[in-house]
Design a binder for this molecule. Structure first.
Ligand code: ADP
Ligand code: MG
Length: 263
C-alpha cells in the first residue's frame, strides 16, 4: 500500500505517514521509554493509545487508530457538547489507569511539563489538542502523539486539554482560529463534569490557566528563536498582543468561570 502523508500536526509537519495499519513518524529521543510506557498502559487496561510497533533509524511505528481527527480548517463536530465531554471522560479513564503504571526513567520532555509536579504524578499527555484525539461515532476513543508526555499532576493535563478544547482564549482569538461563538463557561463545565473533577479541584484547575498560557508562549518563542519556519510563520500571523490579551481575559472572567464550574 502507498504511503499517505497525514496532516494535522505542526511539530512533525509532512513527516508522519500512514502505511496500511501503521503510522511511521520521527521518534522522539526518549521513544524507547515512551513505547515501554504505552505498552504498560495498554496492558493495564487503557486501550485509548496507539500500540507501539517498532523503533529504528530515528523513526517509530505505531498502530493507526481508525476514526476521525479534527484538523484545520476545523469541522463543526468538535464544537458539539458530546465531543468535549467525551474528551474529558477519555482523559479521566487514562489518568485512572495511569495512576497504577510506573513511569520509566527517561529524559521526559520539559516543554509542556507540569511546572508544579510533585510526588503524586502520572504520565500526562500534555498536548491534547484537537489534532491529537481520535473519535469514532462522535466519541473520543484515543489520544495520539505522546511526544510531549511527561510526569505531572492529572489536573495539569486536564487544564492543558481544556485550554485547547474549550478553548480558553478570548473570543477575538477564537474567531481567528475558527472556534468562535462558543460558550466558554458551558464548555468548561462540560469537560470538567465529564472528567469527574471533585469540587475541591475546581478552583485549583482554573488557577492553572495563566501557567498553561505562559507554557505555550515560551514554547513558541523558543521555536521561533531556533528559526523553526512553521512556528515562525504562525507567530508572524498572530496578534502581537495575543498572550497579554489571553492573560487579561482570564483575569477579567475568573469569577464567571468559577460560577460556571459551580465553585
Ligand atoms: N496512530 C495514529 N492513528 C491515527 N491517526 C494518526 C496517528 N498518528 C498520527 N495520526 C494523524 O496524523 C496527524 C499528525 O500526526 P502527529 O503524530 O500528531 O504529528 P505531529 O507531531 O506533527 O503533531 C494527526 O493529527 C492525526 O490526524
Ligand atoms: Mg500531533
Amino acid at each position: 500500500m502507498a504511503d499517505e502523508v497525514l496532516g494535522g500536526g505542526l511539530a512533525n509537519l509532512g513527516q508522519v505517514v500512514r502505511r496500511g495499519d501503521v503510522v511511521e513518524r520521527p521518534a522522539p529521543p526518549h521513544a524507547a521509554a515512551l513505547h515501554a510506557y504505552l505498552r504498560a498502559l495498554r496492558d493495564a487496561g487503557f486501550d485509548g493509545v496507539p500500540e507501539p510497533k517498532g523503533l529504528r533509524g530515528g523513526r517509530e511505528t505505531l498502530s493507526f487508530v481508525e476514526g476521525d481527527v479534527a484538523v484545520p480548517p476545523y469541522p463543526e463536530w468538535p464544537r458539539a457538547d458530546e465531543s468535549i465531554a467525551s474528551v474529558g471522560r477519555l482523559l479521566r479513564r487514562m489518568h485512572d489507569v495511569a495512576a497504577g503504571v510506573p513511569i520509566p526513567d527517561a529524559r521526559w520532555p520539559t516543554e509542556f511539563a507540569d511546572p508544579g509536579a510533585d510526588g503524586d504524578v502520572v504520565l500526562c499527555h500534555n498536548d491534547v489538542c484537537l489534532e491529537n484525539v481520535v473519535f469514532r461515532d462522535g466519541e473520543a476513543v484515543a489520544l495520539i502523539d505522546f511526544d510531549f508526555a511527561a510526569p505531572g499532576r492529572p489536573l495539569w493535563d486536564l487544564a492543558f486539554s481544556a485550554w485547547y478544547w474549550v478553548p480558553m482564549v478570548p473570543g477575538e482569538i477564537r474567531r481567528v482560529e475558527g472556534l468562535d461563538g462558543l460558550d466558554v463557561g458551558r464548555r468548561l463545565r462540560l469537560m470538567v463534569d465529564a472528567y469527574g473533577l471533585d469540587d475541591a479541584g475546581r478552583g485549583a484547575f482554573l488557577d492553572l490557566f495563566p501557567e498553561v498560557t505562559e507554557t505555550c508562549r515560551r514554547f513558541i518563542a523558543k521555536r521561533v528563536a531556533a528559526g523553526d519556519p512553521v512556528f515562525t510563520e504562525i507567530d508572524a500571523q498572530r496578534d502581537p498582543q495575543r498572550w497579554e490579551k489571553i492573560h487579561a481575559w482570564l483575569a477579567e472572567h475568573r469569577g464567571e468561570f468559577l460560577a460556571a464550574l459551580g465553585v
